[in-house]
Design a protein around this ligand. Structure first.
Ligand SMILES: COC(=O)C(/C=C/C1=C(C)CCCC1(C)C)=C/O[C@H]1C=C(C)C(=O)O1
Ligand SMILES: O=C(O)CCC(=O)C(=O)O
Ligand SMILES: [Fe+2]
Length: 363
């Protein structure tokens, strides 16, 4: 998947948000300010307390006491994927050192002087490196976020020039972390297959050498959090996404449920998982790729480490035959090549679930 032709893209000056707040501006610059209708309706505080995304205990799936315990957790997983498209996993088995280490190196990376980070630029029209992705015009609003994204697997999607030499442990930590997250994604896809009544290897066999990419998102505090967005509303183009929120981060992830933005309250040692567009298509819409966004906080920063896990670019994607019925559940998406979808996804701005129009069969 080659990047867009850089010469044709004019995106204006992209301010680095960390540098911007160092100068303590008395107003948020216009390019970050969103229209009131973009900010949306937030659930009331009272509702927030009762509105939690489901929690799946992976130890109940890997080492169940009884078969009934296993089935109960699978049922919870199935409901989470259908009703929320999001869930948190606890007892996932990834050692706390691995999780803490990636958090520390990510933090150290964002704290480096701008000159150092600029050695790894995200060029306009590309998605890897340091900067802001998904900006395609001078009048497009900016997110209150600095990003650092890298392709991790297979090695052919890597751009070694973008792997930083500082902090010194960065590459080793990312390799260790990515191996663990890859194993977790494979396990989750097995459980998701079981929850759909499919054989557990169904996705693994279909995906081939899966694509894995990581994006580190750093959201500095913002003096007017109500005026800006940390990350624009979008659904993920992946099959699965694994999101880790660093220990001292403010709450910031919100998911769109019944037309209201519901915050995701992080649990200690949990990882947030969401269904991406690819699983929505494969399940013919049974499992949902839900729109989400990130907001900022007046006092506290937020740091997230996000892994996108997706089929190999060669793979043809279409709703699985087992989940389509011409009479009761007709096919909602056309067949397409995942590499083409990836290209389409990264060539357009983040705009809710609009990317998926690429595959929708319109009646
Ligand atoms: C900033 O990056 C993204 O938001 C993103 C891109 C991921 C990728 C890379 C950083 C390297 C090359 C591969 C890939 C496009 C996956 C989001 O990824 C989503 C979009 C698609 C499609 C997907 O599979 O994950
Ligand atoms: O940082 C967050 O909470 C959201 C990140 C996200 O949705 C993404 O990177 O795709
Ligand atoms: Fe996302």
């Amino acid at each position: 998947m080659s990047p867009l032709p850089i010469s044709s893209i004019r995106i204006g000056k992209i301010e680095d948000v960390q540098e911007l707040i160092k100068s303590k501006p008395n107003k948020v610059p216009e390019r970050f300010i969103r229209e009131a209708n973009e900010r949306g309706v937030l659930v009331s505080l009272k509702t927030q307390l009762h509105h939690h995304i489901p929690v799946i205990d992976l130890s109940k799936l890997s080492k169940p006491h009884t078969h009934d315990n296993f089935l109960f957790e699978i049922l919870k997983l199935s409901q989470a994927c259908e009703d929320w498209g999001f869930f948190q996993v606890i007892n996932h088995g990834i050692e706390v050192e691995v999780v803490e280490d990636i958090e520390n190196v990510a933090k150290e990376f964002f704290e480096l002087p701008l000159e150092e980070k600029k050695k790894y630029p995200m060029e306009p029209g590309t998605v890897q490196g340091y900067g802001q992705a998904f900006i395609f015009s001078e009048d497009q609003k900016l997110d209150w976020c600095n990003m650092f994204a890298l392709g991790v697997h297979p090695p052919t999607i890597r751009n070694p020039k973008l792997w930083p030499s500082k902090p010194a442990r960065f590459s080793e930590s990312l390799e260790d972390y990515s191996k663990e997250i890859r194993k977790l994604c494979k396990r989750l896809l097995e459980y998701i297959a079981i929850s759909l009544g499919l054989k557990e290897e169904r996705f693994e066999e279909m995906f081939g050498e899966a694509v894995q990419a990581v994006r580190m998102n750093y959201y500095p505090p913002c003096s007017s959090p109500d005026l800006v967005l940390g990350l624009s509303p979008h659904s993920d183009g992946s099959a699965l996404t694994v999101l880790q929120q660093s220990k001292n981060s403010c709450v910031g992830l919100q998911i769109l449920k019944d037309n209201t933005w519901v915050p995701v309250l992080p649990l200690p040692n949990a990882l947030v998982i969401n269904i991406g567009d690819t699983i929505e298509v494969l399940t013919n819409g049974k499992y949902k790729s839900v729109e989400h966004r990130a907001v900022t906080n007046r006092e506290r920063e937020r740091l997230t480490i996000v892994t996108f896990y997706a089929p190999n670019y060669e793979v043809e994607i279409e709703p699985m035959g087992e989940l389509v019925d011409d009479e009761t559940n007709p096919c909602k998406y056309r067949s397409y090549n995942h590499g083409d979808y990836s290209y389409h996804y990264v060539s357009n701005k983040l705009q809710g679930k609009k990317s998926l129009d690429f595959a929708k069969i319109l009646n």
